[in-house]
Design a protein around this ligand. Structure first.
Ligand code: FAD
Ligand code: DHB
Length: 402
């Protein structure tokens, strides 16, 4: 093992090694930046290279809580100048489009700003602040998290390293090692796997609509989204066994068109894709989210199917609670926030799980049972006719219902 990596002491902190963050996705980068700005030193270990992390196209819709945290982290500038503020969303049911206005129903909006851009802004902010991220760190392993002095071992640049710290934040996503390091008896998991995936493409074409269109159709779910006025993001429901090579761009567009309404079909501009990927749909929660001095945050602790656009926003809300609690620990010498972290985070997580599960079952073709289809249509009809139902939907989508 190499010598312990002594990290410069943060401005308001008396500890040599306050925190280790595993995973440099949005949760890890955001937590690191918020802690750094509050004088709490931390090092982030990431399995992949920075370029690889930046190539992963995922979330597109962010709530107020995520916007606020990016501002607090000092990296919100580009989000404000380039992000697209959306007052509402559209839902197309069997060729007929309906609009739900968040602004009218809740006074709130969401912002369309890609996860890759958020990641880039956080990476730049971290580099400008001189905070340390170790990319391409392999064999990351956690030790002694139930003691006062956890340790993290890893390999980087050919060297084996061991570092001691006060806390470990497990922000390493669903497939990371943090959650898997917890003894089986200390953790409960709850899961639903859907027999579906999303096949997504990014294309340098103007979006088909100024707002997102979620599509329910007998042929299956589709989503028309965007990144900028000249960059579109589209998704199609696909089977889990789907082979991406069997999806040339022409096939994607041909499968999308019949699911749209006439106006959208006419406006649709097709073109070559610049990215194409398949994501499985899963609901998953691990409880609790704290194990001694290890705190899980983001996809490491919970997964939602993407239909409700909640995953990144939940990661941000975990980070808000965890950063506040760690700041309180160092500034006020109080562990009240750390002790409440798991309970606070899970209360929000379960509401987002419910909403994401509901939106998924409402809009996808999950079974061939005509009863299930009729129930979907009845529920959608209620959503468009009832102000109470529409308000509940809007409150959940913008993140107010938690
Ligand atoms: P991740 O982004 O998974 O980051 C974890 C990091 O940890 C990764 O960089 C990984 O390489 C690293 N890591 C893993 N294992 C290790 C290890 N052993 N050692 C070190 N590092 C490790 N969310 C929304 O809010 N809105 C949306 O519109 C939305 N749309 C989505 C669309 C799709 C198609 C998909 C797939 C997801 C979408 N999401 C959306 C969800 C969102 O992308 C995730 O919830 C978000 O990325 C979670 O961030 P995270 O930092 O917790 O995890
Ligand atoms: C996008 C992804 C989502 O999961 C969603 O619900 C809305 C938009 C997107 O990638 O643009």
């Amino acid at each position: 093992m190499g010598t312990p990596d002594k990290v410069p002491v943060g401005a308001h902190v008396n500890h040599a090694n306050p925190g280790r963050i595993v995973g440099a996705g949005p949760a890890g980068l955001l937590l690191g930046q918020l802690l750094h700005r509050n004088g709490i030193d931390n090092v982030t270990l990431e399995r992949q290279t920075a370029e690889y992390v930046l190539r992963r196209v995922r979330a597109g819709v962010i709530e107020q809580i995520t916007r606020d945290l990016l501002d607090e982290a000092g990296v919100g500038g580009r989000m404000h100048s380039d992000g697209l503020v959306h007052d509402g969303v559209q839902i197309c049911v069997d060729g007929v489009r309906h609009r739900l206005s968040f602004k009218a129903l809740t006074g709130k909006t969401v912002t369309v700003y890609g996860q890759t851009e958020i990641t880039r802004d956080l990476m730049d902010g971290r580099a400008a602040a001189g905070a340390k991220t170790v990319y391409a760190a392999s064999e990351v392993s956690l030790h002694d998290v139930f003691t006062d002095q956890p340790r993290v071992t890893y390999r980087a640049g050919g060297a084996a390293l061991e570092i001691a710290c006060d806390f470990v934040a497990g922000c390493d996503g669903f497939h990371g090692i943090s959650r898997k390091s917890v003894p089986a008896g200390a953790i409960a998991t709850h899961e639903r796997v859907y027999p579906l995936g999303w096949l997504g493409i990014l294309s340098e074409t103007p979006p088909v609509s100024e707002e997102l269109i979620y599509v329910r159709h007998p042929l299956g779910f589709a989503l028309c989204s965007m990144r900028t006025p000249t960059l579109s993001r589209y998704y199609l429901q696909c089977s889990l066994a789907e082979d991406i090579d069997a999806w040339p761009d022409e096939r994607f567009w041909e499968e999308l068109k019949p699911r749209l309404d006439d106006e959208a079909r006419e406006r649709l501009v097709t073109g070559p894709s610049i990215e194409k990927s398949i994501a499985p749909l899963r609901s998953f929660v691990a409880e609790p989210m704290r194990f001694g001095r290890l705190f899980l945050a983001g996809d490491a602790a919970h997964i939602v199917p993407p239909t409700g656009a909640k995953g990144l926003n939940l990661a941000a809300s975990d980070v808000r609670y965890l950063s506040e609690a760690l700041i309180e620990h160092y500034a006020d010498k109080s562990d009240a926030g750390l002790d409440r972290y798991s309970e606070r985070a899970l209360a929000r997580v379960w509401k987002a799980e419910r909403f994401s599960w509901w939106m998924t079952t409402l809009l996808h073709r999950i079974s061939d049972n005509s009863f299930d289809h009729k129930i979907q249509l009845a529920e959608l009809d209620y959503l468009f006719r009832s102000k109470a139902a529409a308000t509940a939907f809007a409150e959940n989508y913008v993140g107010l219902a938690y």
